[in-house]
Design a protein around this ligand. Structure first.
Ligand SMILES: NC(=O)c1ccc[n+]([C@@H]2O[C@H](COP(=O)([O-])OP(=O)(O)OC[C@H]3O[C@@H](n4cnc5c(N)ncnc54)[C@H](OP(=O)(O)O)[C@@H]3O)[C@@H](O)[C@H]2O)c1
Length: 332
């Protein structure tokens, strides 16, 4: 039975906060990118990493709100090393620009936290003409990770410190379509169910971390990749769910985590020495957790990798989806 305060093998529990799990960890000398740091779990993750001394780059689509968050963090932590850079994960040209700008800064990169996410109520296409959740939650992060990998590998080699990639998934991955990832239906409006599509994108986050792990092991690279469920937290992610979101918010007042608790697993996986060398695992409540068979499916992870690579290499990316599924690609 799930008990909120019960500690797992790590010594932490669902009620542990991000500050608690990161206590006494010296992250100075580490550089981290946190996507979606303008709100919710991402903001708290950026704050706690900065508190522990890491240099933090907040990768946000809304630079103004990112700057406000940064100012608030600096008010609390005057010596915080924190910067804001623009990144729209739903738009592959924005991802390319972010990575190119970042790499040209000659900054190292030890930790990449793929945290940003959306949960729209109805079917939406990104500007690249890809279903919005798959584009933002998975493809954008997939491309971002690939474009930053050389930097992470070099950083790990030069510093002799393990790099860490953290994919913020969700237990909602279990709600994905029965086939797992519906490669031929990603843009199919007629079969779209919002929570299933969200689950599909969150399953993709887990498979992505697993396939990264396989590749890193094969290459002998000193970088780990893990995924996690942060818990159920009342954040802005519910804002597009209307009435359903309202009911959920009301219910969650009784059962959910606070935002500091919601960011704990991310900070644990990103910083804690207990996680050194651990890769390809799925965490919840700051402990390794079990996943379903589909989330462990190595063939599916490889297929998703190849699909995502083909898609992100094609230019413009929407053309790839259009060529494969021409009749289904229509805007309202
Ligand atoms: N809250 C929960 O109960 C829960 C449960 C399981 C998993 N998660 C996962 O936790 C992660 C963080 O979510 P949250 O609850 O903290 O929600 P949130 O408060 O809505 O934060 C999501 C962040 O993602 C950013 N974002 C959205 N679309 C983006 C895009 N195209 N490009 C760049 N950034 C974008 C948002 O930016 P704007 O501020 O500009 O919108 C925001 O900063 C998500 O991956 C979510 O799936 C949350």
């Amino acid at each position: 039975m799930w008990i909120f305060g019960r500690k797992g093998a790590s010594g932490f529990s669902a009620s542990s906060t991000a500050e608690e799990v990161a206590q006494d960890i010296d992250a100075s000398g580490l550089t981290a990118i946190v996507t979606g740091a303008s709100s919710g779990i991402g903001t708290e993750t950026a704050r706690v990493l900065a508190l522990r001394g890491a240099r933090v780059i907040m990768a946000v689509r809304n630079v103004e709100s990112g700057k406000e968050v940064k100012e608030n963090i600096i008010k609390e932590i005057p010596n915080a090393k924190i910067d804001v850079m623009e990144l729209d994960l739903s738009c592959m040209s924005s991802v390319r620009k972010f990575a190119s700008d970042y790499n040209s800064l000659a900054l190292p990169l030890n930790i990449l936290i793929n945290n940003a996410g959306v949960l729209p109520y109805s079917f939406m296409l990104s500007n690249d003409n890809i279903e919005l959740q798959f584009a933002t939650n998975h493809l954008g992060h997939y491309l971002l990770t690939n474009l930053l990998l050389d930097n992470m590998k070099k950083t790990a080699r030069d510093s002799q410190k393990e790099g860490r990639i953290v994919n913020v998934s969700s237990k909602g991955y279990q709600l994905a379509y029965p086939e797992g990832i519906c490669f031929d239906k990603i843009n199919d409006r007629t079969s779209y169910v919002n929570y299933r599509s969200y689950g599909q994108s969150k399953l993709a986050n887990i498979l992505h971390a697993n396939e990264l792990t396989r590749r890193f092991k094969e290459e002998g690279v000193q970088i780990t990749a893990n995924s996690l469920h942060p818990g159920v937290i009342t954040t802005n992610i519910l804002r597009h769910l209307g009435f359903v979101g309202g009911i959920f918010k009301w219910l969650s007042n009784y059962v959910n985590k606070s935002i500091p608790q919601g960011a704990a697993t991310t900070c644990y996986v990103a910083l804690h020495p207990q996680v050194k060398g651990v890769s390809g695992e799925y965490f919840a409540d700051c402990n390794i957790a079990k996943t379903s068979e589909v989330a462990k499916d190595a063939e599916l992870a490889k297929k998703l990798w190849d699909f995502s690579l083909d898609a992100t290499l094609s230019n413009p990316i929407g053309r790839y989806f259009h060529l494969m599924y021409p009749t289904r690609l229509k805007r309202d």
